[in-house]
Unconditional design. Structure first.
Length: 268
């Protein structure tokens, strides 16, 4: 084992190298298992075969959730982050929001090392609507066409998150809200009167005993991220070959089978 690329304490994905073993390295996976991989295998595996999914409900106030394949829903971690202000408490420009989003997503990826990031897809078509305004000179009521500027920000915030995933080598994809609503909650489910989909998401998390943040405001965004993380199978993946392959390997179980096979070869 003279290859200095590998040493005790080094991390490869969610694998931490413990010590050299016959045929390779004994590793500790984040799920608790201790597989043995050859150095050749460590170039292609990220875990023992377990999967971690990061779900993102992105906006100025965003929800995030981390789902683990080897744990039940009660073990999901979730929370929120806000990009409306800088560290001095000042309101920031759109571009600064994108930069702050990049920083937050980077931190989440570093901490949780997800195999895939599922992001709610922003609306690509911005709806125009008529706005009536009184002319201060003539006093006449005039109509003009306008848009909701917040809808434009969502595309930039989502793009910032996707860019971080790309640079960090983590596969990602997007799913429209209408798709995950039906996939997660089931067809025919709708919010009750005076409710919205965030309320439906909170109830779903409560039924599954998912630990949500303490405040109702944070619960609304975090709960949607929990639902999105469960629907990663149905995401539209970027038109990047390695991302599509990684997603397909995760979805079909090929990544798990590879890890188990590689570990099995060493054990044999």
């Amino acid at each position: 084992m003279s290859n200095t690329k590998f040493f005790a304490g080094k991390t490869v994905g969610r694998l931490k190298l413990i010590c050299e073993a016959v045929g390779g390295w004994k590793c500790e996976c984040s799920c608790g298992r201790e597989p043995i991989f050859s150095e050749e295998a460590l170039a292609s595996v990220r875990s023992c075969g377990c999967i971690v999914i990061l779900g993102l409900d992105l906006a100025t106030n965003s929800g995030w959730a981390v789902r683990y394949s080897w744990r039940n829903a009660a073990a999901i971690k979730c929370g929120t982050f806000n990009v409306a202000e800088n560290d001095s408490g000042e309101e920031v420009s759109w571009e600064t929001k994108y930069a702050l989003t990049s920083t937050q997503v980077y931190k989440l990826i570093i901490e949780h090392k997800p195999d895939f990031v599922a992001i709610e897809e922003p609306e690509h078509r911005v709806t125009q609507f008529n706005k009536k305004k009184k002319n201060p000179v003539t006093g006449a009521i005039e109509e003009s066409s306008t848009i909701n500027p917040n809808a434009l920000q969502l595309s930039g915030i989502s793009g910032a998150a996707i860019g971080v995933c790309m640079m960090m080598g983590v596969a990602c994809g997007t799913i429209p809200s209408r798709s995950w609503h039906s996939k997660y909650h089931g067809k025919g489910v709708k919010p009750e009167p005076k409710e919205d989909w965030k309320d439906v998401a909170i109830r779903s998390c409560e039924r599954e005993h998912v630990p949500l943040p303490p405040t109702k405001k944070a619960q609304r965004d975090a709960a949607e991220a929990v639902c999105i993380s469960a629907c990663w199978h149905w995401c539209s993946v970027l038109d990047i070959s390695w991302m599509r392959k990684r997603w397909m390997d995760l979805r079909t179980g090929a990544a798990k089978a590879l890890a188990q096979r590689q570990a099995g070869q060493v054990a044999a």
